[in-house]
Design a binder for this molecule. Structure first.
Ligand code: ADP
Length: 193
């Protein structure tokens, strides 16, 4: 199955993508993780993306599309994948359609996690605090300033994707404010329904 998970920062997308990937035995492809790895490794892409990511802005489409195009064609993604954090703009969605079409593939389902915006800020700031308490390093973009920009980018650039996929007839929406296990169940049910 080829799945896209859509949802704002702090919606629990990453947690659900990891669980679902295990359950379905297909890889989770998180562009956030891929870009953070590129930043750590100081690759050319990482060097270009670093400052924008720290500010909470989206990195340019062509950069992310290149990363994803290479990744989804690797052998481990042959039988399917879960995209987490991509596409995030209409241009990225169109690029994904092109890549899939060129390779004779298609998207099976796009699941949108619906979450109340006010809850998000609290969730993420809490995640940062927990990380610090546990002696881990909080993400550099989990600060209030960067988070506001991430939410704003989501509202402006990513939220319109729900209509894009609804028009294609492959959008499912689930309530992301339920407890983690319930979201996982709803997500799975949405996929098999
Ligand atoms: P979030 O918690 O905001 O959903 P992610 O881990 O998915 O965080 O992404 C972190 C950052 O990586 C984003 O704020 C953005 O700078 C960059 N990024 C990730 N995916 C994309 C994408 N598809 N297009 C542009 N930028 C992206």
């Amino acid at each position: 199955m080829r799945i896209v998970l859509l949802g704002p920062p702090g919606s629990g997308k990453g947690t659900q993508a990891t669980r679902l990937a295990q359950r379905l035995g297909i890889p989770e492809l998180s562009t956030g993780d891929m870009l953070r790895a590129a930043v750590s490794a100081e690759t050319p892409i990482g060097r270009k993306a670093k400052a924008m990511m720290e500010r909470g802005e989206l990195v340019p489409d062509e950069l992310v599309v290149a990363v994803v195009a290479e990744r989804i064609l690797r052998p481990d993604a042959k039988n399917g994948f879960i995209l987490d954090g991509f596409p995030r703009t209409i241009a990225q969605a169109a690029a994904l359609d092109d890549i899939l079409l060129t390779n004779g593939l298609n998207l099976d389902c796009v699941v949108e996690l619906k979450v109340d915006e006010e809850v998000l800020l609290g969730r993420i700031l809490n995640r940062a605090k927990e990380a610090t308490t546990n002696g881990q390093t909080a993400r550099v973009d989990d600060t209030e300033g960067a988070l506001r920009i991430r939410l704003d980018e989501y509202r402006r650039q990513t939220a319109p994707l729900a209509d894009y996929y609804r028009a294609k007839g492959i959008l499912k929406s689930i309530d992301g404010l339920q407890p983690v296990n319930k979201v996982a169940t709803s997500l799975f049910e949405a996929l098999v329904a």
